[in-house]
Design a binder for this molecule. Structure first.
Ligand SMILES: Nc1ncnc2c1ncn2[C@@H]1O[C@H](COP(=O)(O)OP(=O)(O)O)[C@@H](O)[C@H]1O
Ligand SMILES: [Mg+2]
Length: 325
């Protein structure tokens, strides 16, 4: 039986002034509760291992399952003599910094390649400076060139609203118009993802009413909860073959809690976690070199509370005690 809480966890909506953009992900049970479709679990599980190792992001995981399911059903339909259905997969990502947008875009590019939707599976990242030129016609040319580079993969445009910065006269508009044309001309050949802060993206969409219908997939990347941030911290530590002592973990948690509360709108989520962990690893290395000539295996791995600091806090300059040779 699927509980109510589980079925509700997939509701994703983004409000757009008086309108609502309808997400394609609604109150649906997560993948593991689905029994309505015969899926060979092994190749699928293998395919999504990287995405599954990311904390949270249930809406992204559900989306990938749906696309996979559609491809499988298409194969069955073709065998049965029915027409396969074709879909475009251009997307808009709404989320604050460090919520996983770029990482997910890269993972989707690879996944779509494995699923046979994209011929190469690479990711091209672009921002306004890469797309907008300095004279009439230059922008269209720059944008077209980038789309060409992205063919077979994903073109990820970060802070896409910057394209609408200067209003009607701005060259950014030329870039949007070029995208729209390229999306028609190369329908199945690349995936365009526009990403950025939720409120700015909503405004951007609102002043370009032709856009939402061209982006059938719209995903929200919410800020991570403290528990999720801690899971991410542990994952990042283990991935680097380190561990945290109990008191180190508590210290990380208290730093994250404070930063999340204080920064509020510009808290950089998992990126901040990464900075805490990487800074702590440097502190750990400095401590080991200062303390002992032959650290044990456990010493080499264990981050202690004294190694954990806010990434922006100045580190005490202690004398280097080891002779250099
Ligand atoms: N859900 C997650 N699980 C594990 N690591 C994550 C998750 N989301 C983000 N990260 C990590 O946080 C860092 C910043 O993520 P990124 O994708 O660059 O965020 P954004 O593009 O939204 O600013 C990366 O190192 C990424 O691997
Ligand atoms: Mg990013």
């Amino acid at each position: 039986m699927t509980s109510r809480a589980e079925t509700q966890s997939h509701s994703v909506k983004v409000s757009l002034n008086s309108r609502q953009i309808k997400m394609i992900i609604h109150n649906e049970p997560p993948v593991e509760h689905r029994q309505d479709l015969p899926v060979d679990p092994d190749p699928y599980q293998e395919m999504i291992r990287e995405l599954n190792s990311m904390v949270g992001l249930e809406n992204v995981k559900e989306l990938v399952f749906r696309i996979y399911a559609m491809l499988k059903v298409n194969q069955m339909r073709e065998k049965a003599g029915l027409k396969p259905s074709k879909q475009v997969h251009h997307m808009i990502f709404y989320g604050n910094p460090g919520t996983g947008k770029t990482t997910v875009a890269r993972a989707l590019a690879k996944l779509f390649h494995k699923m046979g939707l994209l011929s190469k599976g690479h990711l091209i990242e672009a921002d306004r400076a890469d797309l907008v030129g300095e004279y009439i016609g230059h922008t269209a040319q720059k944008t077209r060139e980038l789309v060409k580079k992205a063919l077979g993969g994903v073109l990820f445009v970060d802070e896409a609203y910057a394209l609408a910065r200067g209003g009607e006269k701005d060259f950014g508009k030329e870039s949007i118009d070029t995208f729209v044309k390229m999306m028609e001309d190369h329908r199945d050949e690349f995936v365009l993802i526009l990403a950025g802060y939720p409120s700015e993206m909503q405004q951007f969409i609102a002043i370009n009413p032709g856009l939402p219908s061209r982006f059938p997939i719209q995903l929200e990347f919410p800020d991570y909860s403290l528990d999720e941030l801690m899971q991410i911290a542990k994952g990042m530590t283990e991935e680097r073959q380190y561990a945290m002592s109990e008191s180190a973990e508590l210290k990380v948690k208290s730093i994250l809690q404070k930063e999340k509360d204080n920064r509020f709108l510009n808290f950089s989520n998992a990126r901040y976690v990464r900075n805490v962990i990487e800074g702590s690893i440097r502190n750990h290395a400095a401590r080991l070199l200062r303390q002992s000539l032959s650290p044990s295996l456990q010493d080499l791995q264990m981050l202690r509370a004294e190694d954990i600091h806010r990434p922006d806090s100045p580190q005490p300059a202690a004398p280097f005690l080891l002779p250099l040779e």
